[in-house]
Design a protein around this ligand. Structure first.
Ligand code: CTP
Ligand code: MG
Length: 389
């Protein structure tokens, strides 16, 4: 018999991240090693934080890992640190005690920091299963032929239809998991929580796991991740307009273009580099050009806009990013862009440290329509793709 589920259950997540990562043998405990652009622990913490039904996250860490954990989790809401224990089981237990001391919960999801790629779909499946069952775990079939080995030799083949691989998060009715941990005491070291709850006689439901949720254990797992192109791809877009006026210089893409009019603006009014800067900033969600170089600031009067591009590129590099390509469009009737196109592409390629075939510049008229059509101004658009390690 299961109690009827609470109408709107209070659901907490525990992430165990207090291990030493001895088998991986890296410079840092593996939960702090960067995978796909972030410390491994941050991935699953973010997945819990982003899930609308999970209200509080508890992260169990080693007592000498506070600084590292603080950095890895910076800015993630509703996330508290707990000191873990000697074993995984004790780390979970300490998380459960912290929840109990802070008013308890209805459901708890217990997850390994060593499984970074946690999707909302798996969390949804687990929470749904808790409406009917005291516990639920994600599993995957064993796909390879599986054998027993003895004395270094292959022995009998095991019927793999009965063998399933168990992942985390594992989800439980909070009170029942507390009971299971209290019963188990601290002498045990179960490798997961489902074992403990089964030992109390509770049923454990299964839901479909996810290959992406695999655990990072060995050094090889980390180099495989790097080789599998786990770079995060980002795109940014930028758009800008400047007015054409008599007596101004015309700067486009960092080059002075001979023309009877120029673009008016606070800086050199290089509309193309401004659109490019906004696209670069956009790809890392770092605001826009006006946030970094306010037009109200006298410092930027007449400034050469390649400096704005340089600043955006340096912010991207600080985040471990690499620009892959840019595609830009200028919209104007005059001047004709084609004669200047190659020189502008080369100049921007140099600014971004890119090969020429990664820098595209196109130009179009607007069929004499609108402000560009009437020759009142020039508009520019840029799209950037970059990779974050
Ligand atoms: N864990 C924990 N407290 C411990 C031991 C392990 O919180 N005393 C956590 C790990 O940080 C990891 C998860 O439990 O997220 C699964 O453990 P495992 O993959 O074995 O990680 P480590 O114990 O860190 O690695 P190793 O066994 O290779 O030392
Ligand atoms: Mg371990």
């Amino acid at each position: 018999m299961t109690d009827s589920p609470p109408i709107s259950p209070r659901i907490h997540g525990i992430i165990v991240a207090a291990g030493k990562g001895e088998r991986a043998g890296l410079d840092l405990p593996k939960q702090f090693v960067r995978v796909a652009g972030k410390p491994m622990l941050r991935h699953s913490a973010q997945s819990f934080a982003d899930h609308p039904l999970i209200s509080q996250i508890w992260v169990a860490i080693g007592d000498d890992q506070q600084e590292k954990a603080g950095q890895a989790l910076a800015g993630i809401d509703d996330c508290q640190l707990v000191i873990g224990g000697e074993t995984r089981q004790q780390s979970v237990s300490n998380g459960l005690s912290a929840i109990a001391k802070n008013g308890g919960a209805d459901y708890v999801l217990v997850h390994d920091a060593a499984r970074p790629f946690l999707t909302a779909t798996v969390i949804d499946r687990l929470i749904e299963a808790l409406e009917q069952h005291p516990a639920a775990i994600p599993v995957l079939p064993t796909i390879d032929t599986t054998i027993r080995i003895d004395g270094g030799l292959a022995k009998d083949t095991i019927d793999r239809n009965h063998l399933w691989r168990v992942q985390t998060p594992q989800a439980f009715h909070f009170g029942k998991l507390r009971e299971a941990h209290e019963r188990a005491g601290s002498s045990d070291n179960a490798s997961d929580d489902a074992q403990l709850i089964k030992a109390c006689g509770y049923d454990v439901a299964i839901v479909q796991g996810d290959d992406q949720l695999r655990k990072f254990t060995t050094r090889q797992d980390f180099s495989d991740a790097a080789n599998q192109n786990m770079t995060e791809i980002r795109t940014g877009s930028g758009f800008d307009v400047h007015r054409l006026a008599e007596g101004e210089e015309l700067w486009l893409g960092g080059l002075r273009i001979e023309h009877d009019k120029g673009l008016a603006g606070h800086s050199d009014a290089d509309v193309l580099l401004h659109a490019l800067t906004d696209a670069l900033l956009g790809a890392i969600a770092a605001g826009d050009i006006g946030d970094h170089f306010p037009p109200s600031d006298e410092k930027w009067r007449g400034a050469a806009s390649d400096m704005f591009v340089g600043h955006a590129v340096s912010l991207i590099r600080q985040k471990g990013g690499t620009v892959h390509n840019v595609d830009m469009t200028l919209m104007c009737e005059e001047p004709k862009i084609k004669p200047h196109r190659e020189a502008i592409r080369k100049n921007i390629a140099a600014m971004l440290d890119l090969d020429l075939d990664r820098v595209s510049l196109k130009a179009t008229t607007t069929e004499r329509l609108g402000f560009t059509g009437r020759g009142e101004g020039i508009a520019a658009q840029a799209i950037v793709t970059l990779g974050l390690e």
